[in-house]
Design a protein around this ligand. Structure first.
Ligand code: SF4
Length: 444
């Protein structure tokens, strides 16, 4: 019945109810897969069945009770969750044999009930489920997680102590997942990890296999292979290693989106050293210039920390000067906050909160002008966009320069009826601080 026999423990899942219940189901399924459980589509194959119920109206209660009854009759081991779970007595009165009853949005409680009924399996790759989770609803973009953990020891970060050193997923597995996503309708793959440029370092860039051909476990090789799938490929969380230079030709050829998300964190060499990050800022600026020469349309996104322990006014001004020279497109900035367990907390020279806040404001003012200027330069140009949604004013899309949820959007006011995932060319008519406005030129 369980992992003790060495086989994957299998869970059957019945999902009833409204879209909110569907999201709960997705969360539970994602967690089950993340912990290494198999999800099966028949009562006979399942070791236990989870029924996510609805209790909105009498008919829904009836349907839920029937579904529980059916699962008990067909399988016998049933865990109930969801809205009707809030009325445990009603369920137990109708079906005294259910193993456990939990309420709506009770992920932890359901998982506990599953663990009790069916111990969780051991699998070193189990936390490699993409952060987007397993989707029951179609989406036109998807996160593709390529590794877990990190070999760096940035002093402000506790991820390595939480998740351990870098473990790269086998390149063949990553490619097969990407192909499956594309087959399922995904038009944009967002490559994520703690440190995308380190992909394969832990396995010495060992070759894997994809479509019968050897493929190295290395960022540039993976990016090139993903680029052959005919969808947008966007690289996130790229640590500023020299190997970043290897993906620039793929961007110049149009195989990978001309977009790099590189957290630089600071620009004062002294602070970077205290952060245990690469400190050669002059070289960074030279590289940015070289990348832009090779890929004039390159969008650079980055994040920075201000108010790091020991940061002086001079260090901060160095950072502002860097922003002026680097002319980054999209920038996030955080004030340093001492995460429990981070080595940086022991550094002398804590910056007072008021100074941190003032530096954040100055930083954002400088960058807002740069970002707005760079967006304004796009007015009049034709750009390719992908539609994400529709609101009352029209369609909401993104360009190659915009990652979902973190960057700006392109508003297509007055344009209705385009399905999410539609790609089209638009002429940019206006620009704000974060977003663009445009009109379609031609639908592909
Ligand atoms: S900040 Fe990123 S690169 Fe640095 S230790 Fe944390 S996860 Fe690794």
């Amino acid at each position: 019945m369980t992992s003790m026999t060495g086989r994957v423990p299998k869970v059957g899942f019945v999902s009833l109810g409204c879209p909110k219940a569907t999201v709960d189901s997705e969360r539970i399924l994602t967690q089950l897969r993340a912990e290494g459980y198999g999800i099966v589509g028949s009562y006979a194959d399942a070791d236990v069945v989870v029924v996510n119920t609805c209790g909105f109206i009498d008919a829904a209660v009836e349907e839920s009770l029937d579904a529980i009854g059916e699962a008990l009759a067909e399988n016998g081991r049933v865990i109930v969750t969801g809205c009707l779970g809030a009325k445990a007595e009603l369920i137990r009165a109708a079906h005294p044999k259910v193993l456990a009853v939990t309420g709506p949005q009770a992920l932890d409680a359901v998982m506990q009930a599953v663990h009790t009924a069916l111990p969780r399996p051991h699998d070193p790759y189990t936390d490699l489920v993409p952060p987007g989770g397993i989707k029951l609803t179609p989406r036109h973009y998807a996160y593709l997680k390529i590794s877990e953990g990190c070999n760096h020891r940035c002093t402000f970060c506790i991820i390595p102590s939480l998740r351990g050193d870098l473990v790269s997923r086998p390149v063949g597995d990553v490619m097969r997942e990407a192909e499956a996503l594309v087959r399922a309708g995904v038009r944009e793959l967002l490559v994520v990890s703690q440190d995308t440029s380190a992909y394969g370092v832990d396995v010495k860039y060992r070759p894997g296999f994809w479509n019968g051909r050897p493929l190295k476990t290395r960022m540039a090789d993976l990016a090139g292979a993903l680029g052959s799938l005919g969808v947008w490929v966007r690289l996130h969380y790229v640590y500023p290693y020299p190997s970043v230079d290897d993906v620039i030709p793929l961007m110049a050829e149009g195989r990978v989106l001309p977009y790099l998300d590189i957290p630089f964190q600071h620009a004062s060499e002294r602070i970077l050293r205290l952060m245990k990050r690469p400190g050669a800022v002059e070289k960074t600026l030279d590289r940015i210039a070289a990348w832009r020469q090779a890929v004039p349309d390159l969008t650079l996104r980055s994040t920075f920390i201000v108010g790091f322990p020991g940061e002086t006014e001079a260090d901060f001004e160095t950072l502002l000067e860097f922003l002026q020279v680097a002319q980054l497109d999209r920038v996030g900035c955080f004030t340093y906050s001492p995460v429990e367990g981070a080595a940086a907390n022991a550094l002398p020279g804590a910056v007072p909160e008021a100074v941190k806040a003032e530096r954040l404001e100055r930083f954002m003012a400088v960058q807002a002008e740069i970002s707005a200027r760079r967006l304004a330069a796009k007015v009049g140009r034709e750009i390719e966009v992908i539609v994400d949604a529709e609101d009352e004013a029209g369609s909401v899309a993104r360009s190659r320069a915009d990652a979902p949820e973190i960057d700006g959007v392109v508003y297509l006011d007055g344009v209705h009826g385009l399905a999410p995932g539609t790609q089209l060319t638009v002429r940019v008519e206006d620009a704000g601080e974060h977003d663009l406005w445009g009109s379609p030129v031609m639908v592909r």
